[in-house]
Design a protein around this ligand. Structure first.
Ligand code: ADP
Ligand code: ADP
Length: 233
């Protein structure tokens, strides 16, 4: 379970010298084994929130706990092993094959070739890429949807209990997005990761989220199940 308590990030606007809150007094719980969609328009603080959880950005106030442990007290290396991160531009290494891209995760680098190959095969199967067909391909030979699946496989390689996903389907055309979203929901049914999914797309939030947290100007405006949200006037 991830718990944010009165989390805040304050920036100073360089043009005016005025301080403003990108995230303000944000208290929210992301339950274990569920997808929580962090929804809101551009600039409402979604990415800042997500990146504070894995400490790519340091908060200016508040607390973050994962399974009761203070995130700020943990070594970033330990934290990153615990937390997978998937972004829109997944940034596959262009000169590495699909299998090599998936195997760049520190946990796999320490293993022998046979173990690594087995794990990579497992992961590609999991994200719906036939290992025999895709392991040896290079990123430029993949469709957008396929590349995004490789990114998900890589994020899952260390088997982190927590997955942070920032607009993971945002760069895909609608057809590919549907397919990858379905595939991902199917994976999640088996893996039951604790997922925070950032999106500005309300349909995606309602479809993917067990819970939806609506942010407005850095603050939590609504929180509930998709049903709770659509029922409100
Ligand atoms: P979202 O992900 O919802 O689009 P962000 O979290 O990226 O929003 O940004 C929230 C607000 O904080 C925006 O007003 C943005 O311009 C501002 N912001 C983000 N990063 C910085 C930064 N490094 N310095 C100053 N302002 C920032
Ligand atoms: P997805 O739904 O996974 O994104 P697409 O509908 O985009 O897949 O692609 C359909 C097929 O076209 C795929 O089987 C893929 O192998 C092939 N394809 C797409 N882009 C490329 C490319 N740049 N090079 C080679 N094959 C491609």
């Amino acid at each position: 379970m991830i718990e944010l308590q009165n989390l805040e990030k304050r920036y100073t606007n360089p043009a005016t010298g005025q301080a403003f809150y990108a995230v303000k007094d944000l208290s929210i719980v992301f339950p274990d084994g569920e997808i929580t969609a962090l929804l809101g328009p551009s600039g409402c603080g979604k990415t800042t929130t997500l990146r504070m959880i894995n400490r790519l950005i340091e908060p200016t106030g508040g607390r973050m706990l994962i399974d009761g442990q203070d995130v700020m007290a943990q070594k970033p290396e330990m934290l990153r092993r615990h937390i997978g991160y998937v972004i829109q531009q997944i940034g596959l290494f262009p000169h590495l094959s699909v299998a090599q891209n998936v195997a760049t995760v520190p946990d796999l680098l320490g293993q022998n070739k046979a173990q690594t190959a087995k794990r990579v095969t497992e992961l590609l199967g999991l994200v719906g890429l036939e290992p025999g067909q895709f392991a040896g391909k290079y990123p430029h030979e993949l469709s957008g949807g396929q590349a995004q699946r490789v990114g998900v496989a890589r994020a899952l390689a260390a088997d982190p209990p927590v997955l942070l996903m920032d607009e993971p389907f945002g760069a895909l055309d609608p057809l590919a997005r549907d397919k990858v979203q379905d595939a991902f929901l199917e994976i999640q049914q088996r893996l039951k990761k604790t997922i925070v999914l950032v999106t500005h797309d309300i349909d995606e939030a309602l479809r993917m989220g067990d819970k939806v947290a609506l942010l407005r100007e850095g603050e939590l405006a609504q929180f509930g199940t998709p049903n709770d949200l659509v029922r409100r006037p």
